[in-house]
Ligand binder design. Structure first.
Ligand SMILES: [Zn+2]
Length: 466
């Protein structure tokens, strides 16, 4: 079955997104206020949880700051009271996301569904989008992604001569994997030119798949792109992509330079979350612009108070103006960002945003034949979450063949979870040619904070790409 889509509405939204990019700030604020009122009205009508929260308040006049800050754990706990469709049952959703064959299939015939990883703490979230929300995500992605090769798009506007590879966690219903599979299903003529490659395979297998496919576009995480750049520099990977798309983690200036130098092609970065697919898109001057026509982002301190522009906040509150099925209103994203006022040379009126604190490390281990083995943080997280069901963890590299696996769990729960997690991580490292790496397990251990003060899940030893 094809994913849920409404072509007429999609065309309308795409035109609106193009129009909003250069709207004066004041007009943009009016668009946002109108959309917020619509969201609040829909939430009060459809979501029992928000009916209670919004009781006695006028959706047209209530100030966003008056509404409570909500967390993933609280919302997931009252999932069926939260969502705005009584037919959406959490048990059926969990069964749905447990089936790999159903990735990008419509749930209940009308919803696109994905789950998040456990980053930010706790159990994964599940996010349900209708055709209207997907049309917004599609339009932001299509209209606000800069054309790195305008000439190529003029000749081939539908990307039919490209070969696009997605390298990521392909085995679960994650937002990136669902999105990629959804594009494949919606564009049968493009399907043979899209390939997804699992980063849980050994690096040699990933390289063999890439060498075979010869992608012109590589879409992946910054840490994975760095790993590939190093393989390219070492002469073990022979691909010549024309552009590289990254997202999902912080892309530092050094990482970008290393990737662009190795592949001799530009990198375009974006910032998104399972809760809002494309929150910010990079402009031609390298700045990330917040898609503030469809998302309200509040950067706040530890006590939930707004921080001034130009200052890094302790957390981020997201209000998703596109999704009326599963209202996300002042939702704590647990990221850390800096919002900037002032204009950008590109002419966009959308605010510039800098992302901090999504900087887990790549592990630099030494394998069974003394060869270097690099393990990207996404692979560690996916193995522990997907294969061992462990969400509360921190992996700390202590030596070339020594990692510590911590969990906040206690007693028997910790022992059982750590046994399973150690086996899964050990088997994965074995597949990477690093069977000899010692994994030491600790229950009830307090997590180490990163430099931004946020919890990091994978900490490596200091290295050149930090
Ligand atoms: Zn710009």
């Amino acid at each position: 079955m094809l994913p849920a889509i409404d072509p007429w509405f999609s065309a309308f939204v795409a035109a609106d997104v193009a129009w909003c990019t250069y709207l004066p700030t004041r007009r943009l604020a009016e668009v946002r206020a109108r959309r917020l009122a619509l969201l609040l009205r829909a939430s009060a009508q459809r979501s029992p949880l928000y009916r209670r929260i919004l009781r006695g308040r006028n959706p047209d006049t209530v100030r966003l700051e008056e509404l409570p800050i909500v967390s993933k754990a609280e919302l997931m706990h009252s999932f069926e009271r939260w969502v705005g469709d009584g037919e959406i049952r959490i048990r059926e959703l969990r069964e749905f996301t447990a089936e790999r064959d159903l990735i990008a299939e419509p749930f209940l015939g009308r919803y696109t569904v994905w789950e998040s990883s456990g980053s930010g703490g706790g159990e994964p979230g599940i996010y349900v989008q209708d055709a209207a929300a997907m049309a917004v995500y599609d339009a932001l992605e299509a209209v606000r992604r800069i054309a790195l090769r305008p000439g190529a798009r003029l000749i081939d506007p539908f990307w039919l001569s490209e070969r696009i590879v997605f390298l990521g966690a392909t085995s679960g219903h994650f937002a990136s994997a669902v999105s990629f599979e959804r594009i494949r299903r919606l564009n049968p003529q493009l399907a043979a030119r899209l390939r997804s490659v699992s980063i849980l395979q050994s690096l040699n297998k990933q390289i063999a798949e890439l060498d075979d496919f010869q992608p012109t576009v590589v879409a992946t995480y910054p840490s994975v792109a760095v790993l590939l750049a190093e393989e390219c520099d070492a002469g073990r990977l022979s691909i010549a992509p024309q552009e590289i798309w990254t997202g999902g983690e912080t892309l530092t200036v050094n990482m970008r330079a290393l990737i662009e130098k190795a592949f001799k092609c530009p990198v375009v970065n974006s910032y998104g979350a399972s809760e809002f697919l494309t929150l910010a898109s990079q402009c031609r001057y390298g700045a990330l612009h917040l898609n503030s026509d469809w998302a309200i982002v509040e950067s706040v301190d530890e006590d939930g108070r707004p921080v001034p522009s130009g200052t890094q906040g302790a957390s981020v509150l997201l209000t998703n103006l596109a999704n009326h099925v599963q209202p996300l209103i002042r939702y704590d994203l647990t990221d850390s960002v800096t919002l900037h006022s002032g204009s950008c040379a590109c002419g966009s009126s959308l605010p510039v945003i800098e992302i901090q604190g999504r900087g887990d490390d790549t592990l630099h281990l030494v394998g069974d034949s003394d060869q270097p083995v690099r393990v990207v943080p996404l692979a560690v997280a996916t193995v522990l979450e997907e294969e061992a069901g462990l969400f509360d963890f921190q992996v700390v590299q202590r030596g070339p063949r020594d990692v510590a696996l911590h969990t906040g769990l206690l007693g028997e729960a910790a022992a059982a979870a750590l046994t399973q997690a150690k086996a899964a991580l050990g088997a994965y490292l074995g597949r990477q040619g690093a069977q000899n790496v010692q994994i030491h397990c600790y229950g009830g251990a307090p997590a180490k904070l990163g430099t931004s003060g946020k919890m990091r899940r994978v900490l490596g030893m200091p290295c050149k790409n930090g």
